[in-house]
Design a protein around this ligand. Structure first.
Ligand SMILES: C[S@@+](CC[C@H](N)C(=O)[O-])C[C@H]1O[C@@H](n2cnc3c(N)ncnc32)[C@H](O)[C@@H]1O
Length: 232
């Protein structure tokens, strides 16, 4: 499996994802605007995901189906490996669904996006730099309309990216701040996925507008015009 975790830092979602995709078979690519060392086994790419350039870099990386995967011999060397069962499998016989152009273009199984205000870094980061990323981010400001609009921009960039890169049957999760535009976004998700859930997990503070969309099973029939049609 290939998982892309947008706004991965400091990396707890990526850490769970890399455990689930089983090292040696799967890969996790985390993208964040701030420079953060990823959890072990996760590939990090730094950049603003609102920029086409960053999205293109992720796509380029994933075109090589071996990029970002831990090699078998590295796994064998690893000490304290508590689950070596996957080493016994003949990888060439596994159906990794990885042939042809369709795979190279739409090779992602899961896209996660938790993009929003970053965690403050305690060290190793120059806050006085004129390119301080904290100033360019969608920070929660206390102004609910602004927070909502900023989060919708981040969600839309994740959805555009998903349209081009998520395989049929693949899944999508994104955080958003609730507001006037989220219904329209939900409609777009419904034309791309067979099921869409809106979730407010217990771990999310009740006074926060934060919530999550989960899109299950990308449809094969979704047409670009229909998904991104302004009227939904
Ligand atoms: C709430 S944190 C993510 C926490 C993460 N899911 C975890 O499990 O550790 C949100 C992240 O989104 C990132 N972010 C915000 N805007 C971004 C953008 N335009 N491009 C890339 N990353 C962005 C922030 O830098 C921050 O690290």
């Amino acid at each position: 499996m290939t998982v892309v975790d947008l706004g991965f830092a400091p990396g707890s979602w990526s850490q769970v994802a890399i455990d689930l995709v089983r090292p040696g078979l799967g890969r996790v690519v985390g993208v964040d605007i701030i420079p953060v060392a990823p959890p072990k086994g996760v590939n990090a790419l730094q950049g603003d995901f609102l920029s086409r350039d960053t999205q293109e870099r992720v796509r380029e990386l994933l075109k090589d189906e071996n990029a970002g995967r831990v090699h078998r011999h590295e796994l064998i060397k690893e000490e304290n490996n508590t689950d070596p069962s996957y080493l016994d499998q003949d990888l060439s016989k596994l159906d990794l669904n990885m042939t042809g152009k369709a795979h190279r273009d739409k090779c992602i199984d899961v896209i996660l996006s938790d993009m929003s205000a970053p965690w403050e870094l305690a060290s190793g980061y120059h806050h006085r730099s004129i390119s301080n990323p904290y100033h360019r981010l969608m920070n929660t400001s206390g102004n609910k309309f602004k927070d909502h609009a900023g989060s919708m921009d981040l969600c839309r960039s994740a959805l555009y990216f998903a349209f081009d890169t998520l395989r049929v049957g693949g899944n999508f999760v994104c955080k958003f701040y609730q507001g006037a535009e989220d219904k329209q976004f939900e409609k777009q998700l419904k034309s791309l996925f067979s099921k869409v859930h809106r979730d407010k997990p217990e771990s999310s503070r009740s006074e926060s507008k934060e919530a999550f969309f989960i899109g299950i099973q990308r449809l094969s029939s979704a047409e670009q015009d229909r998904v991104f049609d302004e009227g939904g």
